[in-house]
Write a protein that binds this ligand. Structure first.
Ligand SMILES: NC(=O)c1ccc[n+]([C@@H]2O[C@H](COP(=O)([O-])OP(=O)(O)OC[C@H]3O[C@@H](n4cnc5c(N)ncnc54)[C@H](O)[C@@H]3O)[C@@H](O)[C@H]2O)c1
Length: 239
């Protein structure tokens, strides 16, 4: 498979290493240094593009892939308020677009576990719900895309919660997310149900970026030749 890597940073480099080990070819790598000079013609040599950049660049890059008829797998977080724009573009171009706030298989199991626990805890309002996420200090967005997905899973299943908020003195309807930035942490997410009697906690800790890279590469292999909009549920076949 011929891959274009849009965003040759921490994730792009991990994906490159894994892709080469799996016999794939990297035909284009884009970072800050060539972000204005790369061409659609270069991109069109790829079977698939993998996009891990920053919230400002992601939408532009995804649109360029769609215009070039190259399916695109995107993991960049912090831009999802504009996802409808990208979905429209994907339909208009009859393109292929795959998005996940977290490509790790373990996190996607954790997403499911979170929803099951939330459904159970709906009947127990004495438990106060909070979330904490920890990432490395270069991370641009807070809370993380993964934390937002987890929060949505709780809000869907707990009647007393209607929205998430950034680390504030939250009201009963709000779910507070506390973000910490600590050097070198790839990603930790913890959800706590706290009552005067006891505490129930679930936690996912990524040990490296490899889990994200493996999932993104799997999604890229799966996207070759595909049109339409997909996510991890389509790839992993679970709800
Ligand atoms: N979905 C997931 O599973 C997952 C996992 C880890 C990180 N992320 C997200 O992926 C993104 C990238 O993370 P990272 O740790 O690799 O960041 P990073 O800062 O190490 O890398 C970003 C790269 O993008 C490049 N870049 C900047 N502007 C560009 C442009 N216009 N075109 C192409 N490249 C450009 C930068 O030069 C840099 O090399 C972040 O949004 C992060 O939150 C998602």
């Amino acid at each position: 498979m011929k891959i274009a890597i849009l965003g040759y940073g921490k994730m792009g480099k991990t994906i490159e290493q894994l892709a080469l080990e799996n016999g794939h070819e990297i035909i284009l790598k884009v970072d800050d240094s060539n972000a204005v000079s790369w061409t659609n013609q270069q991109l069109q040599n790829a079977d698939v593009a993998i996009e891990f950049t920053n919230p400002e660049s992601a939408i532009k890059n995804i649109k360029r892939c769609l215009e070039s008829s190259v399916p695109v797998v995107c993991g960049t977080t912090g831009w999802l308020e504009k996802i409808d724009e990208v979905k429209e573009k994907c339909h208009a171009e009859n393109g292929g677009f795959f998005y996940a706030s977290n490509f790790s298989i373990g996190v996607n199991i954790f997403f499911k576990l979170n929803k099951i626990l939330a459904k159970m805890m709906n009947d127990y309002p004495q438990y106060k719900i909070t979330m904490e996420e920890i990432h490395h200090t270069q991370k641009l967005d807070a809370p993380s895309g993964t934390a937002i997905t987890l929060a949505e899973g709780i809000i869907e299943n707990v009647d007393r919660k209607s929205q998430w908020v950034k680390e504030s003195n939250s009201s009963m309807e709000e779910l507070p997310i506390f973000s910490k930035r600590i050097e070198k942490v790839p990603g930790t997410h913890q959800i706590k149900y706290d009552s005067p009697i006891d505490t129930i906690e679930i936690k996912h800790t990524a040990h490296s970026r490899l889990g994200f890279a493996k999932g993104a590469l799997l999604a890229a292999e799966w996207m070759v030749g595909k049109k339409g909009i997909y996510g991890m549920k389509d790839l992993l076949g679970n709800g």
